[in-house]
Design a binder for this molecule. Structure first.
Ligand code: NAD
Length: 475
């Protein structure tokens, strides 16, 4: 059984939540079901650290601490990858990439900590005006189950680099890597209270955290509906919230695209993490001149895809839980009921455990923009393809959902690349490539229902600080 990590100690008792291996459906561990008083203790610890030892560190000292954690994470990368693979059901190669990414997050934010500068403003004669970037204080980070390590890295790395202390509420479905990382942070010398982790259900532990009057900033990554609840709860205390929500991200392919470059990227962008990626390339919009050719070549690739357990380390692992498997199937059932065509599907590999939560990658063609499959986040390895004729039509389709997280444009025409990139409403647009997950150095976040604010990159540090203007009169 895993306890909470509060003030550099394992602590807590009471009811537990089962930890299930998505590859087999078997229970193999438990975590604590955190209560409001556990949250109180974690927030008090973070406050103490902010006003005490961690808050006294210089920016350079904070940076060095984050760098030390990065080195420690690299040392333990295989162990962390194994934990994450089993907990989330990820193929090992994906979990290894996630372990490398979290080390890079702490390296990046360690390097950034002492480069977060303020500004001066030319004002009236006899004045000097300074704008200082100050940390909020206690930051809450609500993390989903799809990339626990990576999302912890970007939210917590940025918050700590900017001088805040943190209370993390990881997802009840996958949190073991985060608990291990908290312990590694203590080993490299994080002062007690700088980083606390409280496990539990979202509607209980998460809700208590975001509504807590002692929390000064909330970073929420999760679904759009829960994002709304979090904003509503936080507003009661006027607590600012960054929301990183879902997506229905389009890849727009014009007749002159380089298909050899495009096809493997399109496959990876939907198969990665079994499609359970906020920035999954879940819609494919193709110009009429090459539509049939793209569907044919993509179908051949989909037919080769193999699904298996995390340890089998194939193209695609299981979904996170049974209810997610049922939900993804409901999209495909609706597609078939509505007369849509499944162009191709991958296959379950021989020897896949019978009780895992598997779904084979699926390509559905000619999906109207009004269909549920083109509008809602499936969060499974299902891609919806549609045809377009003109550039204007492509842009209208790309912008035709509530979301606006990531998009890509595939064409050799330089003018068209930039015209389309400028008109698509998305927080990140890739040209002739696609970065599901979006790159550690690159600001990431949504337009429209995909969220508010930016994480990743240097830009994130502005979101973890508040600006104080000091106007000094000295004439
Ligand atoms: P979710 O919204 O159900 O849960 C996310 C987290 O919020 C979990 O830790 C959960 O316990 C917690 N939570 C649930 N109810 C809460 C409440 N009332 N108050 C506070 N916290 C609460 O999402 P999920 O199913 O875990 O993750 C999948 C969703 O996350 C998808 O919609 C996906 O697109 C999105 N996501 C977005 C990004 C991004 O950066 N934009 C990244 C990853 C995932």
């Amino acid at each position: 059984m895993h306890q909470h990590f509060i003030h550099n100690e394992w602590t807590g008792q009471g009811e537990t939540i089962d930890v299930i291996d998505p590859s087999t459906g078997a229970i193999y561990d438990t975590i604590l079901r955190g209560t409001a008083s556990d949250v109180d203790a974690a927030v008090a610890s973070a406050r103490k650290a902010f006003e005490g030892e961690f808050g006294q560190l210089t920016a350079a000292e904070r940076g060095r601490l984050l760098m030390k954690l990065s080195a420690k994470l690299q040392e333990h990368s295989e162990e962390l990858a194994q934990i994450e693979a089993r907990d989330c059901g990820k193929p090992l190669k994906q979990a290894r990439a996630d372990a490398a990414a979290i080390a890079r997050y702490f390296e990046f934010y360690g390097g950034a900590a002492d480069k977060l500068l303020g500004t001066t403003i030319p004002y009236q004669n006899g004045y000097t005006v300074l704008c200082l970037r100050e940390p909020y204080g206690v930051c809450a980070a609500i993390v989903p189950w799809n990339y626990p390590m990576q999302i912890f890295g970007r939210s917590v790395g940025g918050a700590l680099a900017a001088g805040n202390t943190v209370v993390v509420k990881p997802a009840e479905d996958a949190c073991l890597s985060i608990l291990r990382i908290a312990e590694l942070a203590r080993e490299v010398g994080f002062p007690a209270g700088a980083l606390n982790v409280v496990t539990g259900f979202g509607h209980e532990t998460g809700a208590a955290l975001v509504a807590h009057p002692g929390v000064d900033h909330v970073s929420f990554t999760g679904s759009p509906n829960v994002g709304k609840l979090v904003v509503q709860a936080a507003i009661e205390n006027h607590t600012p919230v960054t929301t990183e929500l879902g997506g229905k991200s389009p890849q727009i392919v014009f007749d002159d695209a380089d298909l050899d470059a495009m096809l493997p990227v399109v496959v990876n962008a939907i198969v990665q993490n079994a499609g359970q990626t906020c920035s999954a390339g879940s819609r494919l919009l193709v110009q009429r001149g090459i539509y049939e050719k793209v569907i044919e070549q993509l179908s051949q690739r989909f037919a080769q895809l193999q699904v298996g357990s995390s340890q089998m380390d194939l193209d695609c692992g299981p979904l996170i839980r049974k209810s997610q498997q049922v939900r993804v199937k409901s999209f495909l059932d609706d597609a078939q009921k509505d007369g849509l065509t499944i162009a191709a599907q991958g296959k379950l590999a021989a020897g896949v455990p019978a009780d895992g939560f598997y779904q084979v990658p699926t390509l559905v063609r000619d999906v109207p923009i009004t269909h549920r499959l083109a509008q809602e986040e499936v969060f499974g390895p299902v891609i919806a393809a549609a045809v377009f004729d003109t550039e204007e039509e492509a842009i209208a389709l790309a912008n035709g959902t509530a979301f606006g997280l990531v998009a890509s444009v595939w064409t050799r025409d330089g003018g068209r690349q930039m015209r389309v990139a400028r008109k698509v409403k998305a927080g990140q647009v890739f040209i002739n490539n696609y970065g599901a997950g979006g790159g550690i150095e690159l600001p990431f976040g949504g337009y429209k229902a995909s969220g508010h604010g930016r994480e990743k990159g240097f830009e994130a540090l502005y979101g973890f600080t508040q600006l104080k203007t000091i106007a000094m009169r000295h004439d």
